[in-house]
Design a protein around this ligand. Structure first.
Ligand code: GLY
Length: 266
């Protein structure tokens, strides 16, 4: 990656259909295009996540799975290697939760949840969704959909950024929050690289997955070896997927099917 100016990796979540990588391709290109229009790296990555949230085939934004009560609650987070972090949890009623997470990163706060997050999103004039209760709420989740969380990591050669957005676990208790807004759980970015995870949120956060993967980068690990090691921390019963970018290159993969794409732009 020595001469690479700009590297992006995007995923559509552990369990997403790998044939849907046209959606993750579009996200990668949206990230690069935003950067070409002078957006900051953090905003360029947020634009990529907006594409995935708007896609409708992934568990985030327009495609987010409802909770047991039929309502849709979003978690999202964004972090860069300059110490910027912002997240939302249990946010209802907005098209692109990642933009609210990005807006939180510009404040004195790091994580806003629930009604306070929604009020903040309204104050920031975020676009509302028309419906956030799924008709027929309280539906049968005995065989819940298993797709999970979208994400993007990128570097411009100087800064690293990681971002995630999710509707969370389909059919879970309302108010349940997974790994997505937990720094070092679902995502981490530092001067040596960026990681965005996807899969079973409780397991991901309890293993401090993203931060421990970052430590492997700091120890000089190669991206593909780190990916394999992290997947090995999980039993086959627990879904896990990861994308990462380091000065040594990039990797992506999951112990489930997963749409993911990368782009290196010179
Ligand atoms: N990985 C997303 C979640 O468990 O909520």
């Amino acid at each position: 990656m020595e001469n690479t100016k700009f590297t992006v990796v995007a995923h559509g979540g552990a369990g997403s259909n790998s044939e849907h990588c046209d959606g993750t391709d579009e996200a990668v290109h949206a990230c690069f295009k935003a950067s070409q229009m002078d957006a900051s790296l953090i905003h360029s990555v947020a634009r990529a996540v907006c594409v995935l949230e708007d896609d409708g085939r992934f568990n985030a934004g327009a495609g987010a799975h409802p909770r047991e009560n039929g309502r849709v609650e979003h978690d999202a987070a964004i972090m860069d290697s300059n110490g910027c972090f912002g997240a939302v949890a249990v946010l209802e009623g907005f098209n692109n939760p990642i933009l609210t997470a990005e807006a939180v990163s510009e404040t004195e706060y790091r994580l806003l949840a629930g009604k306070g997050a929604a009020e903040f999103a309204r104050e920031r004039k975020m676009a509302p969704t028309r419906h956030h209760t799924i008709p027929g709420g309280g539906k049968d989740f005995s065989t819940p959909p298993k797709t999970d969380t979208v994400g993007c990591v990128a570097t411009d050669g100087a800064t690293f950024v990681a971002a995630l957005s999710t509707g969370g676990m389909a059919g879970a208790h309302y108010g349940r929050v997974g790994d997505v807004p937990i720094i070092g759980g679902g995502l981490y970015a530092g001067s040596k690289g960026a990681i965005a995870a996807t899969g079973d949120g409780e397991g991901i956060m309890m293993k401090m997955t993203a931060y421990r993967a970052y430590q492997l980068i700091e120890q000089g690990g190669k991206p593909k070896e780190i990916l394999e090691e992290v997947i090995g921390w999980f039993t086959p019963a627990d879904a896990i997927g990861l994308i990462l970018v380091t000065p040594k290159g990039l990797a992506g993969g999951s112990n489930r099917s997963m749409a993911w794409s990368s782009g290196e732009f010179y």
